[in-house]
Design a protein around this ligand. Structure first.
Ligand code: GUN
Length: 292
């Protein structure tokens, strides 16, 4: 059997179209345009590419994009002052501070300064807490995108056994929370897990978010399982150039899995689409709350 390939690129494009329609409706209904502020501190090349793509896709769905580029030597207090200004700005409905931040800044302190209602990354402890307790907050974009792909592939997830490999605040932990919310039985595995392969073999749903190129092999996968590969790793290729691979060995895994996301073109494109979805959700809620 070869696995069905889950086309995240096409799913994300369709999601952006639906968001564009909802933005048009919101504008017609309220006269307001959702706005996303993205803050980049320093010159990290990968972050610069992400921020450029975010700005472009934000404008494409009809939202306002506000970009703030600050030099690497910006003081933490200056960044906190900018966040306070964005919190108070009625034209801004979503705030994203691109990570990683320069080493002299305390990421947790910076995230804590963002108004939770505008925290479109879903990283604020209030949003993490709401996710953990069944509330309605904003959910981190990458796991939110993974869940959309899973539900599109499998329908109802109730009772399925899910293994999430990776325990980061950005992907692993919120992914596990989302899967529990869908009534899956969830294991969070990580670098210290004993017999990781055996844990993975139990999974009907396997989510790999470890950042280790092709670590998960074909014989770690239960036949017919759905595999979501969050990893994006650049490795040397035979021709002297580089290529992108996931955390799962795709050529092996596709012989065993029932469905699998490719890298690139799987989870990656979903992240920005979900960021736009979160920005629209935040705008909807802020605009509705201002009316009463
Ligand atoms: N850096 C890499 N991924 C992300 C993300 O999802 N959000 C933010 N803010 N920074 C990132």
């Amino acid at each position: 059997m070869t696995a069905r390939i889950i086309d995240g690129k096409a799913f994300a494009a369709a999601l952006r179209q639906r968001i564009k329609t909802r933005v048009t409706d919101l504008k017609a209904r309220t006269g307001e345009t959702p706005g996303l502020a993205v803050v980049l501190v320093g010159e990290d090349p990968a972050s610069q590419v992400y921020v450029r793509n975010k700005g472009q896709q934000t404008r494409e769905v009809g939202m306002n994009s506000f970009e703030h580029r600050l030099p690497a030597e910006t003081l933490e207090a200056e960044l906190l002052a900018l966040i306070a200004k964005l919190n108070d700005d009625p034209a801004v409905h979503g705030i994203l501070v691109q990570l990683p931040l320069p080493r002299h800044m305390d990421e947790q302190k910076v995230i804590a300064a963002i108004d939770p209602k505008k925290d479109v990354d879903g990283f604020h402890v209030v949003n993490a807490g709401l996710l953990a307790t069944g509330g309605q907050g904003l959910v981190p974009c990458t796991p939110w995108g993974c869940l959309m792909l899973l539900k599109d592939t499998l329908g109802d997830l109730t009772g399925l056994k899910a293994v999430v490999v990776g325990r980061s605040n950005i992907v692993g932990k919120p992914m596990a929370q989302l899967l529990v919310r869908e009534s899956c039985t969830v294991t969070i595995a990580h670098s210290k897990t004993r017999d990781l392969a055996a844990e993975c073999r139990q999974a009907d749903i396997l989510v790999a978010a470890v950042g280790r190129p092709e670590m998960i092999r074909g014989d770690w996968i239960k036949p017919g399982a759905t595999v979501i590969d969050v990893g994006i790793n650049r490795i040397p290729a035979e021709d002297g150039k580089t290529r992108l691979v996931g955390d799962v060995c795709f050529t092996e895994a596709r012989q065993v899995a029932g469905a699998i996301t490719p890298v690139p073109g799987g989870v990656g494109p979903m992240t920005i689409a979900c960021l736009l979805d979160n920005t629209l959700t935040a705008a909807d809620r802020i605009i509705a709350a201002a009316k009463y």
